[in-house]
Design a protein. Sequence first.
Length: 206
Amino acid sequence: MNVDIEKHPSLDLGLMEAEFAEAIAQLESPDWLQALLAPEASAPVQRSEEGRAAGRDMLRYGGYKPTGRGKPASEYLVKAAAEGRLASINLPVDLGNVVSLHSGVPISVVDLGRVCEPLRVGIAAPGSRYVFNNAEQEIDVSGLLCLHDADGPCANAVKDAMRSKTNDATSRVLCVVWGVQGLEPATPTVVQWYRELLERAGARVT
């Protein structure tokens, strides 16, 4: 799977393809993974206020305003975990949520069976929108750094498109780590831990 990445002054992107032996409807998140959804769980990466601010600055580059309901998804995870609302969803999403929660870095999990090549990462054009939840609510992603497929933007550090999200039939995903250059935890460190968790959960990772 090839992904073209447009030049960006602060993006430090991490990409992995993970394939599970069965459709995820047949797979359960193990107890050790669900335990990591707790904010007090021990993890080899730690989020920081500096990282949170830098992540928002990265998303502002194309003109997007990452505030209110448009803030990075990792900030929602932190709040949900603190309030005891961060529950298991499915195996690949739980893996991404664990790494995002503890690192503070937003992560997208895209079903590779539901997107069409070519794939690229770049700033979404003015007027770009997509549905992001089952209630068919839309987000305006104009000026936001996004993963695009042949049909347009489909994932980013804020909200991923419904058309590219996992479902019961998912078995192969693209994991997108929306890291920022020069920050701790560094993107390679985040990706390494993420890969270790994916492989522990039985995925084949490239």
